[in-house]
Design a protein around this ligand. Sequence first.
Ligand code: ADP
Ligand code: MG
Length: 807
Amino acid sequence: MDPLELFLSQVDRPLGYAAKALQSQRQTVQGLGRYVIHRLAQIDDVPSSPSRLLLRRLARLFRDYDQVTEETRRQRLAAAQMILANLRDLAGRCVTTVSETAGDALALLTQPIEVLPGVGAKRAAQFRQLGVATIEELLTNLPWRYEDRRQTCPVSRLRPDVDQTVLVDVKAVGSGRTHRRRMTIVELVVGDETGLLSAKWFNQPYLQHQFKTGQRLMLTGRPHPNRYGGPRYQMDNPQYECMDQSGDELIHSGRIVPIYHETRGLTSRMIRAVMRRAIDRYAALWPDTLPPGVCRDVRVIEPARAIEEVHFPPEGAALAMVQSGQSPAHRRLIFEELFILSLGLACRKRAVQQEQIPIRLAGQGSLCRRVLDSLGFSLTAAQRRVIDQIEHDLRQPRPMNRLLQGDVGCGKTVVAAAAMVMACDGGAQAALMAPTEILAEQHAVTLRRWLEPVGLRVVLLTSGMRGPARRAAVQQIHDGTARVIVGTHALITSGVTFRQLGMAVIDEQHKFGVLQRADLARKGYHSDVLVMTATPIPRTLALTVYGDLDLSVIDELPPGRTPVTTRLIVESQRADAYRLLAQELALGRQVYVVYPLVESSEKIDLKAATQMAADLQQHRFPHVRVGLLHGRMKMEEKERVMREFSSGTIGILVATSVVEVGIDVANATVMLIEHAERFGLAQLHQLRGRIGRSRHPSVCLLMAGRGVGEEARQRLDAVVRSRDGFQIAEADLAIRGPGEFFGTRQSGLPELRVAHLLRDAGVLEEARACAQRLLEGDPALSQPAHGSLRSAVERRWAGRLSLMAVS
Ligand code: ADP
Ligand code: MG
C-alpha cells in the first residue's frame, strides 16, 4: 500500500472521533497528538512535494496538541480535516513525478475562489473588485496593515489619543442623530470590571442591530475625553469584533490581526475569514520554486509558512517588522517575487549580450580627444569616468547597452557627443534622438559647433521638416555624407535609412517608450545604444525598469553654478513676483514663465498661456520683448522664438512644459511656474533645471493655484526643500507609485503583487545577486532541479520575455 494511503487509514478514524468528542463536550481522546506524530514519523517515502508540505503542516498542528487548550484543539482538528481532505485528493491521484505534482498544485491554486466553502457568486464578484479571482490571487492579496490585538487594556487604564484595544461587555445600546449635521449615531455603553466606556459610530445605522446588551466585544480605537457626561472616555468609530461567535475569535482578536483593503459589502473581517479557509486548504500547496541553494544562501522560510504568517503573524511576532514588510514571511514572498523578476531581466540582458559584433573602436580614439580638447571647458571627473566606460564598451566585441543617468544640467550632451565621435572614428554613423523639435534643433546647433571642426557633418531631421529640406537630409543619411544625425521621432519613421548606423543615442529617454529605443537601434546593424535620462530614477528602479542596461551615473555638476533658490508663493504675492522679474530683467537677465498643459483641456490652457503672454507684454513689461513657445507652434516659429531667446532679444519666454527638457540658456535666472500643483515633482525639478546655469543666483517661484489644498502644498514643499533630483524622484515615486511615475508603456514589467520596489530595495539587490549567481551555473535554467523555477519565470513574464534565450 502507498505509504500515504496507509497513513490516512491510520489517522482518519481517531481524528474523526476526537472531533466528535470535542463537539459533544464528552471526554477527549488522550494522547492523540503523540499518536499522529508517531504515525507521521513512520511514513518513509512520499514522492510528491505537495504531500510533503501538507504532512509537515500536519506535524505542526499536532506537535504540542496534547498540551493546548480545548479551544485550540478544536481549531487544530478543523485545520487537520482540511489537510487530510487534500491529502486524500493527492493520494487518489497517484502522482509520481515532481513536475507533474507542481502542475497539480498549480491547477489547484489557480481555481476560482468559489471552490472555497462560503464563497458564492456574489462574494466572488466582490473579491474580483479587489483584483482577486483565483485562490492564488487571494493568498497573495496581502494585508495593507496590521493591528496588534494581543494586548487588551483595562478600561480604567486607557490613555487618551493612542490606539488601544479593550475587551468589554455591552451594557447599553442606543441610537440618535447629531444636531447640526443630522448624521445617525449608534452609541454603546460598554465596560469591563474596571470601568465604563462610550463607543460611537457615525452614519452606520445598520450597526444598531449588530449589537445586543450582554454581548462581548473587542474594540480597537483611540479614546478621547467624553464631553457629554457618562463614561470618562469615548471612542469614535472603533474597530469592533464580536467575541461570542462560532469560535473564530482566534483570527479576529488576541493576535496581530490583518487588515485588508475593503470594497463595498466586503469587510476586512469577511476577507479574514475567507483567507483563513483558503490558507488551511491551499497554503501547503504553494510551490516552492526557490532552489535549495538559494534558500540556504538567503535563509528564507518555506513558502507555505510564509503564506500563512504573512496573513496571520505568529505569536510573538514584532508588530513593527510585520507592519513594514520585514517579517520572515514578508521577506520570503518578496524575495521570491523579486528573484523571479531579476531572473527574467537577467535572461533578457544575457540574450542581448550574447550578440557578437565587430569591435566598433579599434584605433586610438584620437578624434574624440581632439573634440574634447576644443570644448573650452574641462570635463568633470564624472563625465570623464562615463566617457571611459563608453570607450571600454566600444572596444568589446558586443553591443553597448548603457543607461546614462544624471541630474539636469550635469552635462550629458558632451558625453553623448563623445560617444558619437568614437563611433564615427570607427567609420560608422551616429544618431541622437530627442523628444522635442526644440531640443533636437538645439542639439544640432551645439553638435555642429563641436564636431564640424573635426570634419564630421551634422544633419538635422525632424518631423516638422518638409519638402526639399527633408529630402536632402534623408538622402545624406542614406548615402553616408551625414555622419552625425540629430532628430526627433522622425528618425525612426520608415522612410529613413542609414548607410551604417553604429551608435544610437536617446536623449531624455523617459519621454520615449521602451519600444522606440529598440526602433532606433534596429535602424543600425547591431548598433550600440546609449540611453540618457535626466529624470533621476531611483537606483532600484533603474536596475529594474532598465535592468537589461548597464548603468552609468554623472553625480556631479560642472563647477561655477549657483544653486537655485525655490519659493512656494500664492496669488496674493504675484505683484512681488513681478517685481523680482523686473529686477532681474533690469540686470540683463532673462526669465521663463511656465504654464502647465493638461491634455484634456489643452485648448483652454493654451489660451491661458497666450493671454498671459499678451498681458505681460502689454501691461506689465512693455519695454521687454515677451515671447510665446508651445508645442502646437510651427517648427520655424519655434526655432525663431528659441533663437531670439538664446540671443537675448526675447527677455521673457512664456512657455508650456515643452521647455521642460534640455533647453540650455545660461543667462536665464528666474522661472515662474504657474499652477505648480499640476506638475509632477520630477517634472518641476526638470523645469527648474533650466535656470541656475551660470554664476548668477537664480530663483524659481512655484505659484500655487487658487484653492490648492494642504496636501498639494506639502508635496510641492519637497521641491522647495530639496535640490537633489534623486530625493525628489523618490518622493514623487512614493506619492504616485511606479506605474504612474513611468507610465505603463514605460515599464513593460510583470505586475508585482507583494514587493514594493522602493521599500524593498535591499531585497531587490539581494535577489539580483542571487539570480546572477544562479544563471552563471545554469544560463538557460535548463537543469532539472530548476524546472519549477523556470516555469515560474515563464509564467510571471508571460509574453514579455521574447528575448529570453532559453532553449
Ligand atoms: P544635461 O545633462 O541636462 O543635458 P547639458 O548637457 O545641456 O546638461 O549641459 C548643461 C550646460 O553645461 C551646457 O551649457 C554645457 O555646455 C555645460 N557643461 C557641460 N559640461 C561642462 C563642464 N564640464 N564644465 C562646464 N560646463 C559644462
Ligand atoms: Mg540634456
